[in-house]
Design a protein around this ligand. Structure first.
Ligand code: LCS
Length: 395
C-alpha cells in the first residue's frame, strides 16, 4: 500500500476513535492525574513493567496524539511535546550536553536560542561557538574534539539564510557530532531535516503548527531512544511540559497545516516580488526569489519557501517606524505563522535581547522589517503595504 499523503497524515496520524465513547475528535484529557487501577497495577506501571498513564507531567493521552502526529509529519520515530519552543530547545540541549562540552551553533538563529546557549548554558559550563553556517568550511573549522552538538536553524530567524542540511549532517556524522535543526520557519510541509541526515528537529509549535496564534507550545522529534531519554530525564525533572489544552488546540490547527502552508508560500512569494520592485525598498530576502544568495539550495532541500519575508527600507530605522505605524491590515506584533499578517522591527523587539554588535554581526540591521505573511487575500496585503510604503514618502 502506498503511504498516506501529507493532508491525510495531518488529519489522521496518531489518532483513533476514543475507545470508551467512540468520539471521533481526540478528547481533551484535562486531568493532572490518572487512576492507577489496583495497587499491583500501579506498582507495575511505576516499575516500567506495564504501560499506563500516571501523571500529566509524565504523559497525557491528548499530548501523545500530538506527538505521534508530528513524528509522522517529520518522518521521525518519535516526538515529545513541550510547553514552548524554548522548552523544546532547552530540553533537547540538556539531553545532549554536559559541563565541559562544546556546541557549534549557526550565527543566524532566533535570539532567545542564541541567549540560551551564549549566557544560560555557558553559566553551566557549556561553551558555544557561533559561526556563519551558510559556509560549511567555517563550521568545519569551528569543531573541536569536545564538540558534542551542531545546532542549526534553516531558514534562520529573521534573515532567512539557509544551512545546507545534507552537507552539515555529513560533516558532523563523520566526527560523531549530533545535529539538531530548528524547523519552525519551514514547517514539515516545506522541509524534513531528518531526510537530509539531521538527527533531531525542534519546533516552536506556537507558530505554523498551531497556526492560529492562540497557543504556545513546542516539540522535539527524533529517534525513539533520544526522545524517550528527553521524556524521562530533562522534561520530567525540569518540568517544561505542554498543557493538554494547548495540545488540543495545536492538534486542531495541524489538520489544516498543509493547506495553510501552501497559501502562506503563495502569498509570501507574491509579497516578496512586490517588495523587490518597490522604489522604497533597498533589498528583500526570501528563499523563493532568484535574488536570494541560496536560492539553488532552497530549491534543493525545500519543497516550498515559507511565509516569512524580510526587507530593508532605503530610509532605515525611521522609515521602518513610519511603515509600522501606517499599516492597517498588517498587525505590529511579534511571533509568526499566524493566519494574520504580522509585521515586526527585529532591532527593537525580538533582537533587543542580544547586543547591537551581535545583532549587526547576525546581519540584523537597524532598518530591517520582518513580515509573517498571513492567509488574507493577497491583494489586500499588497494594498496595505502599498499604502504603508506610500506613507513613508509622503511624510
Ligand atoms: N525557534 C524559532 C525559530 C522561533 O522563531 C521561536 C520564537 C522559538 C524557537 C521559540 O519558540 P516559543 O518558545 O516562543 O514557542 N520566535 C518568535 C519570534 O520570532 N517572535 O516572537 C517569538
Amino acid at each position: 500500500m502506498t503511504p498516506p499523503g501529507i493532508h491525510t497524515l495531518a488529519i489522521h496520524a496518531g489518532e483513533s476513535p476514543d475507545p470508551t465513547t467512540g468520539a471521533l475528535v481526540p478528547p481533551l484529557h484535562l486531568t493532572a492525574t490518572f487512576h492507577l487501577g489496583t495497587a499491583e497495577a500501579g506498582a507495575a506501571i511505576f516499575a516500567g513493567e506495564q504501560e499506563g498513564f500516571v501523571y500529566s507531567r509524565w504523559s497525557n493521552p491528548t499530548v501523545e496524539i500530538l506527538q505521534r502526529r508530528v513524528a509522522a509529519l517529520e518522518h521521525a520515530q518519535a516526538a515529545l511535546a513541550t510547553g514552548s519552543g524554548m522548552a523544546a530547545i532547552a530540553t533537547a540541549l540538556l539531553n545532549i550536553v554536559r559541563a565541559g562540552d562544546h556546541v557549534v551553533c549557526a550565527q543566524a538563529v532566533y535570539p532567545s536560542t542564541y541567549h540560551l546557549l551564549d549566557v544560560e548554558l555557558r553559566a553551566l559550563g557549556i561553551a558555544t561557538t557561533f559561526v556563519d553556517a551558510t559556509d560549511w568550511q567555517k563550521v568545519a573549522r569551528a569543531l573541536t574534539p569536545n564538540t558534542k552538538l551542531l545546532y542549526l536553524e534553516t531558514p534562520g530567524n529573521p534573515l532567512l539564510t539557509l544551512c545546507d542540511l545534507a552537507a552539515l549532517a555529513h560533516l558532523a556524522r563523520a566526527r560523531g557530532i549530533i545535529t539538531l535543526a530548528d524547523n519552525t520557519f519551514a514547517t514539515p510541509i516545506n522541509q524534513n531535516p531528518l531526510d537530509w541526515g539531521i538527527d533531531i528537529v525542534v519546533h516552536s509549535a506556537t507558530k505554523y503548527l498551531c497556526g492560529h496564534g492562540d497557543a504556545v507550545g513546542g516539540i522535539i522529534v527524533g529517534g525513539a531512544d533520544f526522545i524517550q531519554r528527553c521524556a524521562n530525564e530533562p522534561l520530567r525533572y525540569f518540568g517544561g511540559v505542554l498543557s493538554p489544552f494547548n495540545a488540543y488546540l495545536i492538534l486542531r490547527g495541524i489538520q489544516t497545516l498543509p493547506l495553510r502552508v501552501e497559501r502562506h508560500n503563495a502569498n509570501a512569494l507574491a509579497v516578496a516580488r512586490f517588495l523587490e520592485q518597490h522604489p522604497q525598498v533597498a533589498s528583500v530576502s526570501y528563499p523563493g526569489l532568484a535574488s536570494h544568495p541560496q536560492h539553488a539550495l532552497a530549491r534543493q532541500q525545500m519543497r516550498g519557501f515559507g511565509g516569512m519575508v524580510c526587507f530593508e527600507l532605503k530610509g532605515g530605522v525611521a522609515a521602518g517606524a513610519r511603515l509600522m505605524n501606517a499599516v492597517k491590515l498588517c498587525s505590529l506584533a511579534v511571533s509568526l505563522g499566524d493566519t494574520r499578517t504580522l509585521i515586526t522591527h527585529p532591532a527593537s523587539t525580538t533582537h533587543s535581547v542580544v547586543s547591537r554588535a551581535q545583532r549587526l554581526a547576525q546581519g540584523v540591521t537597524d532598518g530591517l522589517v520582518r513580515l509573517s505573511v498571513g492567509l488574507e487575500d493577497v491583494e489586500d496585503i499588497l494594498a496595505d503595504l502599498e499604502q504603508g510604503l506610500a506613507a513613508i514618502s509622503n511624510f
